[in-house]
Design a protein. Sequence first.
Length: 397
Amino acid sequence: MPRTDTVPDVFAPAALGPLTLRNRIIKAATFEGVMPGGAVSDELVAFHRSVAAGGAAMSTVAYLAVSPEGRTDRHCLLLSEETVPGLRRLTDAVHAEGAAAAAQIGHAGPVANARSNRAPALSPSGGLTPMGSRLRAVDVAGIERITEDYRRAAALAVRAGFDSIEVHVGHNYLLSAFLSPKLNRRDDQFGGSVENRARFARAVLRTVRDAAGSGVAVTAKLNMADGVDGGLWVDESLEVAALFEQDGVLDALELTGGSSLANPMYLFRGEAPLREFGATLPPAVRLGFRALGRRFLRAYPFEEAFFLPYARQFQRALRTPIILLGGITERSTIEAALGEGFAFVAMARALLREPDLPNRMREGTSSASLCIHCNKCMPTIYSGTRCVLVGDRPGSA
């Protein structure tokens, strides 16, 4: 898609499928870490109320599992009859502040903590994780069952008041693992060619679209590159995105990268918080992390909008609206992206540091985030995701 003659106004209303969002800034999913035992807490509601009050057009709740074994661990929210009332309280709070609410739904697959969940971690082909945990290959019956789990979860998300559903097809969670040539070594209809490896994800997206109905937006968070040798790369991801577009079920694609299983810093860029992460681990595994941590948490130089060169290839090849993600901290970056034809931008760390950044950008009192990309927010996912430097901001509590 060519560059537009006029840059869309960042803070004018914009369409996302059936929705009209108040501006073009979306709070990207960041695991909130305040769901003890998988319950909706007051802290979780307050987290998203704060984002909505700060001016973002939509706040994305992360991460809502569709299956018990698909939780990242036992403190991950499972979309169920029991969690719907609490989630309705959350969406009501977000709506009261004038924003929309999105539910990121998915199955963690090989990223799941099997010991915490007391259920096997599933993957396309079995084997071991980089940390030595055993994976169980999911069979065809399991694929069909999980697809139906997505249908049930999407229907529950609608009942809970969510305006949009984001299906997680990134970071080597289960659907993303099926796309990976490294992780998917199957020889059935779900392995081999790009079309076969995308079959599971396409079935899920069609199922979610059907369950969501016409009044709810449906998006997918898709890896452009796994950042792992032998994993999914941009050329094949472009093919996957074209297949998604062919199916006509998505209102937008949010583009991402990296592997929670093997290379999480590919998504974050900047400093690797090795010492802080090590301090969160049980003593029994702390020594091993000291030895292997640098291989797992690799440091990458931070660049503003670091996924933009990859994302441009998708934006030019597709008609599907694209949500640009990855190190966006400046208003000028947002305006440049919109000028190139991107539909929305998604911000994460910048809004952890300053939930009210969109309001201050709109008012002209800020043009860039105070986030310094130290990534020390990452280890706080175990105690309540937050910016540890927030007290540095003038006037902050």
